[in-house]
Design a protein around this ligand. Structure first.
Ligand code: PEP
Ligand code: MN
Length: 337
């Protein structure tokens, strides 16, 4: 349930309510607005405790959140969440583009890609060091060396980096090197891993599962949020359907649906959704028009030689062209890019 406090309370008064929430066996989650503080009191028997809080003089009202996802819902927090990554803000008026190769390969190649995407206007560098591959015989990523190359590229360009975490045993090293920890589609419902990233103080980019529903994505985000991490970015990356003319089926409608249900930022990854580089631009533009807070796009200086996802990787010059048109679409709907 959501305990809405009266405006302008002192820290001590807020803390007394937080303590009371703990006393009755619920877990408190504080959300501070400009005027008012709201305390989410989570626990299966929350409804039976409603009256206890309604009777407190500092409480304005108590609202039960009927949806299964609670802390990530708009009911709990009506204002959009903005996730800050160094000096980049995701979730506000700027459409933030994350771009780079699927996998980190050679250091020089990564730096070349980083410079190209930066010049085109991307704000965050992507690249996988731990790769979730369908075949155990495919390139699995460079592991820690890949993380070091990413850090080097950040040092050279100033671009923050996003990279995937596949295994909880690597959480410390991935958190150490990255600015955003990516949880990929295949781990979207790895609840143990979700709880682990919920405990770190680092933004998390959570991708929609291979055949996940919007609700399942939001429940996964709830796992992260329930552990205390509020810095979550959602990502629509296409879902498996019977349609096989594209790698996945890009669910454009998920963007406005998620924006109506949740306060978390939602970005779109048309690269993994479409799977073919020539199809990426149209859906990137559509996603911006639909209100996505950002894009994730795979770009490789030499896609023919890419060790992973070459067919969907854009050439840097085509990516730069796309960025120009994206900017015009963003501006047409009152956003910046
Ligand atoms: C990726 O971003 O390289 C990736 C593996 O994406 P997804 O988890 O969406 O398949
Ligand atoms: Mn990829």
């Amino acid at each position: 349930m959501m305990i809405v406090l009266k405006p302008h309370l002192s820290e001590e008064e807020i803390n007394q309510v937080v303590e009371k929430v703990k006393q009755v066996g619920l877990s408190p989650h504080i959300s501070r607005g400009i005027e008012r503080t709201v305390i989410g009191a989570i626990g299966s028997d929350a409804p039976s405790k409603k009256e206890i809080f309604e009777s407190l003089p500092v409480v304005e009202k108590v609202v039960l959140i009927l949806k299964e996802f609670k802390l990530v819902s708009r009911d709990f927090k009506p204002q959009d969440t903005i996730v800050k990554v160094r000096d980049v803000e995701i979730g506000g008026d700027e459409v933030v583009v994350m771009a780079g190769p699927c996998a980190v390969e050679k250091e020089k190649l990564l730096i070349e890609a980083a410079k190209a995407i930066q010049k085109a206007g991307a704000k965050i560098l992507r690249g996988g060091a731990f790769k979730p591959r369908t075949s155990p015989y495919s390139f699995q990523g460079l592991g820690q060396d890949g993380l070091r190359y990413l850090a080097k590229a950040r040092e050279e360009t100033g671009l923050p980096i996003v990279t995937e975490l596949m295994d909880a045993r690597d959480i410390e090293v991935v958190a150490k090197y990255s600015d955003i920890i990516q949880i990929g589609a295949r781990n979207s419902q790895n609840f143990t891993l979700l709880k682990e990233v919920g405990m770190v103080d680092k933004p998390v980019l959570l991708k929609r599962g291979l055949a996940g529903t919007v609700k399942e994505l939001l429940m996964s985000a709830e796992y992260i949020r329930s552990q205390g991490n509020t810095q979550i970015i959602l990502c629509e990356r296409g879902i498996r359907t019977y349609e096989d003319s594209t790698r996945n089926t890009f669910d454009l409608s998920a963007i406005p649906v998620i924006k109506s249900l949740s306060h978390l930022p939602i970005i779109a990854d048309p690269s993994h959704a479409l799977g073919k580089r020539d199809l990426v631009p149209s859906m990137a533009l559509a996603a911006v028009a639909a209100g996505a807070h950002g894009l994730m796009i795979e770009v490789h200086p030499n896609p023919a030689e890419a060790l992973c996802d070459g067919p969907q990787a854009m050439y840097p010059d085509k990516f730069a062209e796309l960025m120009k048109v994206c900017r015009r679409v963003a501006e047409a709907i009152g956003k910046r890019m």
